[in-house]
Design a protein around this ligand. Structure first.
Ligand code: DHE
Length: 586
């Protein structure tokens, strides 16, 4: 009996004869050494992983006569690998995103051998060398090759019916307290992502004690706080939203909903008169955003982001929703759509007659934040090395700034007054050690607005977040994804008043060392200030089965102030101080 492998090799032999010559000109695949400097780079390892989609049981699409043989369990395994490791770059439907499209018209033309070599060795364009790095076994590379030669499965849609089925109001509004029933100092509370346990820890900023651990979505991602500071919204990568009422005797989830199968962003309405009225969540799959009632999470308006790419005006079937911010100037949510490169200003003043301003920006929008006046919104188009600036008062694109570095990743960025350049907003980069300072004061410093006025050099590539505070004289830059363990466990601090000098120096804080963790290789990630702006908290993020910690630094002296360790503190990553998050202080 002919084995599966023989049959697919036979099939491959038929197809590669036409395909290989074409591919060989584009990239020398055979017997090439392991390509250098890609795949393992911080930027490449930071592509989205569609972890929840990977858990769905998908059907094998209708068989075509030439399809290589694949069994149902093999197909399910391959789909899991694809969604978790490949879909982030190549798209769920394989139509391409930051990576090339892998639709069957392309893979079949290239053929089995070429696709297999591409997965094994990677490419200088950024494709990781899955085979030679040992990340995928030879058998898995074979499986993935066969998988890419057949039609992709289409994960299910998630519309109003599915959302309403998942929606639960656990404590109705009339059963909730009318005043704060606990003695917590809410404005100095931190909501801390416990990534791999699917929970958040509420930590009291004064005592540094964990006051509550709450179950949330899978691989929980970020927290945002309602304008009043009462409700905490948490979103998991499985698109589950938890709404936590902080006024209850014990802060608890009062409503929950799923807004799709994969998601990353959540925000709440902040414009005067609309405080706490709406919440909005953005999904990676299906590509959509949903406006919900701010007290119950009832889904009110779902909008698909499928549509044309801003410049080529070609259709994109799965443009993911990246960051969402609430405007302080208008009743609008600022919704950033990755693959179409559009920034949507979604007017929530009349959601029955929804008006959306669609701004042409740049492709692969990711994360960003407001400037110190809260009028301008700056967002990284990270794969294009640019920052798009939107005037939220006028509702238009102000500028597209080349940061000069590789893959800007600002988080919400950092705003401060530079000694010579005036107000600036900072972003670090995943791909190199630079920190770009962009002028943000078109009235006071018109010549410097929306230009990189200075480039600092910090610890190294792999930085995810920068942080400062209006009361601080320090700018902190992490290097979380740097391949060097010591660097990824440290943070660079620049003294803002010294930035006028030729080559500003930084101080290195050995945060990981201060945490005194014996096992594992913890990475230090995301500084977050307390309400007073006199201490900065860093997560020391270790593996799930190892000790992690939060290190608190005294912002004046740059000395260690406190280490929070607790067996319940599993994989802490993002930290969201209630006051700073609700007021956009960063
Ligand atoms: Fe995040 C923010 C997407 C991996 C920690 N992350 C964001 C935002 C997006 C995003 C779109 C902006 C949300 C907003 O403002 O509305 N993140 C993604 C990914 O697609 C990616 C690259 C891979 C994935 O599959 O999820 C990814 N993110 C990570 C991590 O591995 C991090 C470091 C650890 C973790 O907890 O997962 C991480 N992301 C964060 C944090 C923020 C964030 C802490 C919010 C920063 C802030 O200061 O607001």
């Amino acid at each position: 009996m002919e084995t599966n492998i023989r049959r697919h090799i036979r099939w491959a032999a038929l197809t590669t004869s036409v395909a290989l010559p074409m591919l060989m000109t584009a990239m020398p695949l055979h017997a090439q050494p392991k390509p250098k400097g890609h795949g393992d780079t911080p930027a490449a390892s930071y592509e989205p992983s569609m972890t929840t989609l990977g858990q769905l049981k998908v059907e094998i699409p209708g068989r075509k006569p030439d399809d290589p043989v694949i069994t149902k369990p093999e197909f399910e395994k391959a789909s899991k690998i694809y969604f978790e490791r490949c879909a982030g770059c190549h798209g769920v439907l394989r139509k391409g995103a930051t990576g090339k499209p892998l639709t069957t018209d392309i893979t079949r033309q290239r053929g089995y051998e070429a696709v297999n070599a591409f997965i094994t060795y990677g490419s200088p364009g950024g494709m990781p060398n899955w085979g030679t790095s040992g990340d995928l076994s030879k058998d898995d590379v074979d499986l993935m090759t066969r998988y890419l030669l057949i039609e992709p499965p289409q994960p299910p849609e998630f519309g109003m019916e599915e959302m309403r089925k998942s929606w639960k109001v656990i404590v109705p509004v009339d059963k909730r307290p009318t005043k704060q029933m606990n003695s917590l100092k809410l404005d100095n509370l931190f909501s801390v992502t416990l990534r791999d346990s699917g929970q958040v820890a509420l930590i009291d900023g004064d005592s540094k004690k964990i006051v509550r651990i709450l179950d949330t979505g899978y691989a929980v991602h970020i927290s945002r706080i309602s304008a009043s500071g009462r409700y905490l919204f948490v979103i998991g990568r499985d698109a589950k939203v938890n709404m936590i009422d902080m006024w209850m005797a014990e802060p608890s989830t009062v409503a929950e909903i799923k807004v799709g199968a994969e998601a990353r962003s959540i925000e709440t309405s902040k414009f005067k008169g609309f405080e706490d009225k709406y919440a909005i969540a953005g999904a990676y799959w299906p590509p959509q955003h949903v406006i919900m009632d701010g007290a119950t999470l009832e889904p009110l308006k779902i909008t698909s982001t499928r549509g044309m790419i801003y410049d080529t005006q070609e259709f994109h079937p799965e443009p993911r929703v990246a960051s969402i911010l609430a405007s302080h100037y208008k009743p609008e949510f600022i919704v950033n759509v990755k693959e179409t490169g559009k920034i949507l200003l979604v007017d929530y003043s009349d959601i029955k007659n929804l008006k959306t301003t669609e701004i042409e920006a740049e492709r692969f929008l990711h994360d960003g934040g407001l400037d110190s006046t809260k009028r301008y919104f700056l967002v990284a188009a990270n794969a294009r090395g640019k920052v798009a600036v939107v005037d939220t008062k006028l509702g238009s694109l102000t500028a597209l700034v080349e940061t000069g570095g590789q893959t800007p990743h600002p988080g919400r960025g950092a705003n401060f007054k530079h000694p010579t350049h005036g107000p600036v907003w900072a972003t670090s980069h995943l791909g190199d050690e630079t920190v770009a300072l962009i002028g943000t004061d078109p009235e006071g410093n018109p010549g410097k607005a929306w230009k990189v006025v200075q480039t600092l050099k910090a610890l190294g590539g792999g930085s995810l977040f920068v942080k400062t505070h209006p009361k601080s004289n320090h700018l902190y830059v992490d290097a979380t994804l740097n391949p060097e363990a010591e660097i990824s466990a440290s943070v660079a601090v620049f003294k803002i008043s010294d930035l006028a000098g030729e080559k500003p120096k930084y101080t290195t804080l050995p945060i990981g060392q201060w945490a005194a963790i014996a096992e594992g290789q913890p990475r230090v990630v995301q500084g977050e200030y307390n309400q007073a702006g006199d201490e900065v908290w860093f997560s020391v993020w270790n593996a799930k089965d190892k000790v992690s910690a939060i290190v608190v630094v005294d912002d004046k002296t740059l000395k260690l102030k406190h280490v929070i360790k607790d067996p319940k503190l599993i994989t802490p990553t993002g930290k969201f101080n209630v006051f700073n998050t609700r007021n956009d202080v960063y």
